[in-house]
Design a protein around this ligand. Structure first.
Ligand code: PAF
Length: 321
């Protein structure tokens, strides 16, 4: 069986998965794009390899890596692609390798949020699509030194097909905590609402996740937001998830108490956030299902406002869904 894996979006999480797959014997290549998401040249010459070290409690990846790179506009076919870009960049990223994907290619989408998946499938319809919902924690200590901050789970599933992919047994060996979910769509919804409950409140407060329960005012805000998200979930395709929603959110807060959420990290780094694909998507679904979500909608506005003060300008388009 072909055991090559291409990685689009070799940030901290993409590089961690590159390390897991390479350590287990896959032929891993990081895809480099010659232009950024605004279509401007990235500049510089492509190095033939990306070198980085990983510090991890998982022995197999606790070492140095040298991963081959390939320009997106190269022509060799891609059989297996893992997409770990930011959600607002995912459509452009997959489109940049469209000419290398065929009906026998498998694409695993791992970006946060919802909405972008359908945009990709519409723009690039050839491959089969899968989701990977990851709770692994990773961050860069320096440009080439990756810290595997927390071992999590990787829940995988197929879009419109329930059987495990042929390559899944390899992932199971390569990635601790990898599991197959027949109903990945409902797991994706749960992850969306958990992100919607935690990310904007932590980013606006500038606090670690744990403060969302230890600070009484923030805790009340989380409870009120969970009530809205729960009403929306009740009217969604996944009503069975509505009852447990707040307790699931509180469990994730407890399990990630010392994390700074991805949205807070984006704000602190002056990057655009994924608000359009998290709470923005929730607002769009709420409008479609005619469920009022005023607190969620206000949080979208507040994060957009905060982004404009930290970024200078907002460069991404609103979620068109
Ligand atoms: O986006 C994030 O930061 C994470 O998905 C989560 C679960 C909110 C924990 O920080």
């Amino acid at each position: 069986m072909d055991n090559s894996w291409y990685i689009l979006g070799a940030g901290a999480l993409g590089s961690l998965y590159a390390a897991f797959l390479a350590s287990a014997g896959a032929d891993v290549t990081i895809v480099e794009r010659s232009t950024n998401r605004q279509g401007k040249p990235n500049g510089g010459r492509l190095a033939p390899e990306r070198k980085f070290s990983v510090a991890s409690s998982v022995d197999a990846i606790n070492r140095a890596f040298s991963i081959n790179t390939s320009q997106a506009d190269n022509h060799s076919e891609i059989k297996h692609l893992l997409v770990a870009t930011k959600s607002y960049d995912a459509v452009a990223a997959v489109s940049s390798v469209r000419h290398r994907l065929t009906r026998t290619s498998d694409v695993v989408l791992m970006s946060n949020g919802s909405g972008y998946q359908h945009q990709i499938a519409k723009a690039v319809s050839e491959p089969r699509y899968f989701y990977c919902l990851s709770t692994e924690g990773a961050n860069w200590r320096s440009a080439n030194a990756l810290i595997h901050a927390g071992s999590g789970k990787s829940r995988l599933g197929g879009v419109d097909h329930t059987h495990p992919a042929e390559w899944f047994p390899f992932w199971e060996r390569a990635i601790p905590g990898a599991s197959w979910e027949d109903d990945i769509e409902s797991a994706l919804w749960m992850k969306l609402v958990i992100n919607a409950a935690i990310n904007p409140i932590s980013a606006l407060g500038g606090v670690q996740n744990g403060e969302l329960t230890s600070d009484p005012a923030l805790s009340t805000k989380v409870a009120n937001l969970c009530a809205e998200l729960s009403a929306l979930t009740g009217a969604s395709a996944y009503p069975q998830l509505a009852g447990d929603l707040e307790s699931e959110v509180r469990k994730v807060i407890a399990g990630t108490a010392s994390n700074r959420s991805s949205m807070l990290q984006d704000i602190e780094a002056g990057r655009p956030t994924e608000i359009d694909f998290i709470n923005g998507y929730v607002s769009a679904e709420a409008r479609r299902l005619e469920i009022p979500t005023p607190l969620n909608d206000a949080l979208v506005g507040a994060i957009v406002e905060l982004e404009s003060t930290t970024n200078g300008k907002r460069e991404i388009e609103a979620n068109p869904k």
